[in-house]
Structure formats: C-alpha cells, structure tokens
Write a protein that binds this ligand. Structure first.
Ligand SMILES: NC(=O)c1ccc[n+]([C@@H]2O[C@H](COP(=O)([O-])OP(=O)(O)OC[C@H]3O[C@@H](n4cnc5c(N)ncnc54)[C@H](OP(=O)(O)O)[C@@H]3O)[C@@H](O)[C@H]2O)c1
Length: 284
C-alpha cells in the first residue's frame, strides 16, 4: 500500500499525515523525548512538521530545530507567525527569530496563525516579501473562515496562499458546510489540526464511539488510526497529529496507508453527521 499524499497548489507533494508540536518544548526534562519523537516520525515518513512561534514561547521550534538538524532536506517545515507580528518589519523579525530557533535559513510554509488586527493586505505584502528574500518558500493561513478566505482572494497576491490550517475531526465537521467546498473549488488544501480531538479531550466519542471502535476492530487497527484515515479520506486534507509516545507515532504513520471504504465512511457519517447549516469556525 502506498502512503497517501496531498498536493499543494504549487505542485509540491507532502505526506497526508504530518506531525504537530503543540505542548512540546515546555519542559527541559521532556526535550530529548520530544526530539526523538519527531525523529521517529521523520523516519516513518511523516516529513511535514508543524510548529509555531507561540508554542512554549519558541520552545517547540527549538525542539524541531534539534530534531531536523543534519536532515533539513528531508523535512517540510511549517511554522506560524503571531497575528500581531504578521505585517511590516515585525513579520521579518519574527520570521528571523523562528529561523534561528529552527536552526535553518528557510521555512517551507509560513502561516498567519489567526486573523488579528493587522490588515490582511499587510500580511500578504509581508509574506510575499519574506518569500522573495528566500526566508520562506511559501505562505498560508490558519483559522480563517470562508468570508476571510474570500477577502484574501480579493487582495493581489492573496491567491498565493497554499493552505488554511483549521480544526477538523469527525465530531467537528462545520467546515464541510462551506469552507471545505470553497477550498476544494479554489485548489487550496486544508491542514487539519486536532485531528484526534486532542486524544478525545475535545470530544471523547471521536475515539470511543462504537462505529470507530467496530471499524478499528474489523481492520485490526486502533480507533485513532480510523479517525486519522477519516480526516485524510478526500486527498485534499493533511492531518497533523501531535504524538510523543513511540506507539502513537508508529500508528499515525501507518494510518497514511489506510483507505476507508464507502461503506465505512457512510457508517461514520451516520454516527457523526455533517452539518446542514453554517457553523462558527471551531478553534482552540
Ligand atoms: N493553527 C492552530 O490554531 C492550531 C491549534 C491547535 C493545534 N495546532 C497544531 O495541530 C497539532 C495537532 O493538534 P493537537 O496537538 O492539539 O491535538 P491532536 O493531534 O488531536 O492530539 C494530540 C494528543 O493525541 C495523542 N495521540 C497522538 N497519536 C495518537 C494515537 N495514535 N493514539 C492515541 N493517542 C494519540 C497525543 O499523545 P502523546 O503526545 O502522548 O503521544 C496527544 O495527547 C498541534 O500539535 C499543532 O501543531 C494548530
């Protein structure tokens, strides 16, 4: 079985499952195990790593920097800028600080973390400048709803956006009403955060519902792997589960090989129906 991939608008192929890093870098005592976790994930084919300047106040980027040292070319590196830094000279300075912590000279994909008070056109201008100077290869956004994406597309250069990273799992399907169809229509892949509902903390039934457990049992996998296979089922969505435990990392990488049948997808639809009306964008 081939591992699933997703194509970005510029033709770059990334694995359909990458690695999140929220809560990494918070404690020195965990540093080594977090570095090793990311390395294990890279070895297993989860070459996309998602981080942000906000995570542990730069601590997560330091963990990533250590994990990718000596193998930068094997990694597709995603980081995010604070909204209050996402314009003008502040954006350049924030990116340079991230680069230092990441021990690299270029970020593959740099995202606006969420929409703040800086005008979107100032963010686009800063992102384009960072790209031209070679500090980032591409840029995108996070936590933008359909109206914000439409506004972005009206700005010259706004359509260079490579992804929108939003919360998505089987019990949080609000984006399927309008944002996901808009993204598919405009060829912008969605990057799904909290694809495991934070190990069930946000919604335990994503992992414990009989439908997830039954499908998992029939296939001899875990319900987390079914949850991930469900998130990436369309080929248009990248999932970025965060994992430190070696078995979790192994399972997440293996989920890239899982294809759910139409029947299994219908069973999950019946237990977790998609909304038939506009929902506010889910965020954590
Ligand atoms: N753009 C944004 O605003 C935003 C917001 C939230 C998150 N994110 C990004 O998205 C990433 C993922 O979201 P998240 O970390 O909040 O939640 P998540 O990936 O849904 O869940 C992480 C939790 O799931 C556990 N886990 C991982 N793989 C597992 C498996 N195979 N079986 C059972 N449990 C498993 C992890 O445990 P262990 O660590 O103990 O292995 C951890 O407790 C973040 O790390 C971050 O990079 C972005």
């Amino acid at each position: 079985m081939k591992a699933k991939t997703v194509q970005l608008p510029d033709g770059t192929t990334v694995p359909a499952i990458g690695q999140g890093t929220w809560y990494m870098g918070e404690r020195n005592s965990e540093f080594r195990s977090e570095v090793n976790a990311l390395k294990q994930g890279l070895d297993a084919g989860m070459s996309l790593i998602d981080t942000a300047e906000i995570y542990a106040d730069g601590g997560a980027e330091r963990v990533v920097g250590e994990a990718i040292a000596g193998r930068r070319d094997d990694v597709f590196l995603v980081s995010k800028v604070y909204p209050h830094n996402a314009g003008g000279a502040k954006a350049i300075a924030a990116c340079e600080q991230s680069l230092k912590r990441l021990q690299t000279d270029c970020i593959d994909l740099y995202l606006l973390h969420w929409r703040g008070s800086i005008a979107l056109h100032d963010t686009v201008a800063a992102m384009e400048k960072l790209q031209q100077s070679g500090k980032i290869r591409r840029w995108g956004v996070s936590n933008l709803d359909t109206d914000d994406m439409q506004a972005l597309w009206k700005i010259p250069g706004g359509e260079h956006c490579m992804t929108n990273q939003v919360l998505y799992h089987a019990a949080a399907r609000g984006i399927e009403f309008d944002l996901l169809p808009w993204s598919e229509e405009h060829g912008v892949p969605v990057m799904a955060y909290c694809p495991l509902a934070q190990a069930g903390k946000l919604r335990h039934d994503v992992l414990t519902a009989p439908v997830m457990q039954n499908i998992a049992k029939e296939r001899g996998v875990t319900s987390s792997q079914i949850a991930l296979a469900w998130v990436i089922r369309s080929g248009h969505v990248i999932a970025i589960p965060k994992a430190v435990q070696p078995q979790h990392i192994k399972d997440n990488a293996a989920a890239m090989m899982l294809s759910l049948s139409d029947e299994e997808i219908a069973q999950i639809d019946a237990a977790f129906p998609a909304p038939n009306h506009k929902m506010p964008l889910d965020m954590v």
